[in-house]
Ligand binder design. Structure first.
Ligand code: AMP
Length: 571
């Protein structure tokens, strides 16, 4: 087993410097700046990794297509030339609305070569969220399939005057000046391209946040973000030469871009892309067949696997698996322990968000895992807990105290603005500190523990109750498969804790089950914190990145409008 890149957290963190880490990147030739696509593709294509597999695409029928770093250099060069031939220039916004097919990946990196801005959309969005994002993001180019275009985009065209070109991945002929065949344009384009000078502060990626709180916001990231992708790839994902890596996230969510495209390529490993959606047997088979070394996934998937009666390491040969990581929502202690028992290693939780552009808090391979904790700040990142009100901001030194999770401004992948919303952007900072919108606490050894979203916190009889804490306790009941907790307004105690519970298959949804779960929660949490109401539900509303839409449950409970549901995953 290869030894971890980060063997001693404390010494790496104390001696860390972003400037020194920059030496792991090459920069554009002749000191022409820093470009993500050069770091991810071109420098490897002209070096030892030229013929190494950059991408292995697993098609729906499980057949594969491999692309070497050199193949990908040519494809991305062609795409950059396609954009140039259409008059697209620096800063213009290029959107994709695709499944996880090769076109999405070469469009992303080809756009970055052109120093245009790339914005990937989930292909399951309906017309409204697509329209909202294309128009708020000033899309000039959209890359999509014929089917998606006909079903969801064509009716919007009149309302999108800025959208100059729609490039269809699967048609042979142009329909009009505006609606073009991508294969034809690719064929006509040269495979030679020189990346123009790129300022590290040039915009590169636009990601709309998941919308769990209010309307989607477009967070803009710059080329310099690649330094965080490189460093987290090295220290958190622990990439080593020859590794096969699989990130299950879709690039429509920031994880699928930062860690499903950039970080693995910058670190020169082989990046698996599965075109299919979750399927437990398929996932296990891919881990086995592809000899995956590093697997980055999310709690929803893990919990689905936990619901099955399969002990993976008994049924599958997973001897190549070295590291399993999770992000996107709280990873309950139970899931970490389940990983240890059933895979022989824990799931390592890490924390970050669209705005941070890369992993900020993590459990590291060489650091003892505390199940239920998000871990410690990335070397180079300063995190803290603060008390924040409309007109005050105070850092909390006290340990084990709930407060706002804040980050000291200045890490390279920090978002640079919310598009068209500078005011909202500046409101996310207090002086040097970025307010993440999450509540957390820090223990005596510097581990961070997630408490909840700032706006999900429940105040009941004067007590602050984090839904995550209650959900974790409910999940420990053997009959419970999934749980979400909201605060329901109550005239007497402010809010009462209400739980929505999904039972394991075959369990009875009856009063005696409710009594049993309530007794279990009271025992675990005490009567002030345990749910006062339980409702059984077949599926929890979640975003496609796996976050429970508690505000949606709350709106439904209270008969209020449901608000923006564009990121809702359909069961
Ligand atoms: P997004 O911008 O869609 O990736 O969502 C980011 C939000 O997801 C964070 O602000 C957290 O609320 C949540 N999140 C991400 N990772 C974790 C984690 N490891 N534990 C708990 N919550 C997380």
């Amino acid at each position: 087993m290869v030894s971890p890149n980060l063997t001693d957290y404390t010494s790496v963190a104390s001696g860390f410097s972003w400037d020194r880490e920059q030496a792991g990147l090459s920069g554009l030739p002749d000191k022409q700046g820093l470009n993500i696509a050069h770091e991810a593709i071109d420098r490897h294509a002209s070096g030892e990794l030229q013929n190494h597999t950059a991408f292995r695409f697993i098609h729906k029928d499980l057949s594969v297509m491999d692309c070497s770093y050199q193949d990908f250099k040519e494809l991305t060069n062609r795409f950059a030339n396609v954009l140039g031939n259409l008059g697209i220039s620096k800063g213009d916004r290029v959107f994709s609305f695709l499944g996880r097919i090769p076109e999405l990946y070469f469009a992303a990196l080809g756009t970055l070569k052109k120093v245009a801005v790339f914005c990937p959309l989930f292909n399951v969005f309906g017309p409204d969220p697509v329209f909202q994002r294309l128009s708020r993001g000033d899309a000039k180019v959209l890359v999509t399939t014929h089917d998606l275009f006909e079903k969801k985009v064509r009716p919007l065209l009149e309302r999108l005057p800025e959208l100059k070109y729609v490039l269809l991945t699967d048609v042979d002929h142009d329909e009009s000046e505006q609606i073009r065949s991508l294969p034809r344009l690719m064929e006509q384009a040269s495979e030679e391209f020189t990346i123009p000078p790129t300022d590290p502060e040039d915009p590169a990626l636009l990601h709309f946040t998941s919308g769990t709180t209010g309307m989607p916001k477009g967070a803009l990231h710059v080329h310099k973000a690649v330094l965080v992708h490189y460093v987290t790839g090295k220290y958190v994902l622990d990439f080593h030469p020859g590794d096969v890596y699989w990130c299950t996230a879709d690039p429509g969510w920031v994880t699928g871009t930062s860690y499903g495209i950039i970080a693995p390529l910058v670190n020169g490993v082989t990046n698996l892309v599965d075109e299919e959606e979750f399927d437990a047997t398929r996932w296990y088979s891919i881990l086995e067949r592809e000899k995956v070394n590093i697997w980055y996934t999310a709690p929803t998937g893990i919990r689905r696997l936990m619901r099955m009666n399969v002990i993976p390491r008994e049924k599958y040969n997973l001897e190549h698996l070295r590291l399993m990581l999770s992000v996107g929502e709280p990873l309950h202690a139970e899931a970490v322990v389940w990983g240890e028992k059933n895979f022989g290693m824990p799931f390592l939780d890490n924390w970050w968000q669209t705005e941070t552009g890369g992993i900020m808090i993590a459990n590291y391979r060489a650091m003892p895992v505390r199940p239920g904790s998000m871990g410690k700040p990335l070397p180079g990142v300063e995190a803290a807990i603060a008390e924040v009100t409309d007109d005050s901001f105070t850092l909390i030194d006290e340990l084990d105290k709930d407060g706002h999770l804040v980050l000291k401004r200045g890490w390279p992948s920090m978002f640079r603005t919310y598009l068209h919303d500078e005011e909202r952007y500046s409101k996310s900072f207090r002086g040097d500190w970025y307010i993440t919108g999450d509540l957390a606490r820090r223990d005596a050894d510097g581990y961070y523990w997630f408490v909840g979203r700032a706006d999900d916190i429940i105040k009941t009889s004067g007590h602050m109750v984090g839904p995550f804490e209650v959900e974790s306790a409910l999940m420990e009941h053997p009959a419970v498969a999934d749980a979400a907790v909201i605060g329901k307004p109550d005239p007497l105690i402010g809010e009462l804790v209400k739980a929505f519970v999904v039972l394991q298959p075959g369990q009875q949804q009856d009063e005696s089950m409710k009594t049993d779960i309530t007794a279990h929660a009271r025992r675990k949490l005490g009567p002030a914190v345990a749910p006062k109401e339980i409702t059984f539900i077949d599926n929890l509303p979640k975003t496609r990145s796996g976050k429970i839409l508690r505000r949606l449950l709350k709106a439904r409970e209270l008969g209020l409008p449901e608000g923006d549901t564009s990121t809702l995953e359909q069961p």
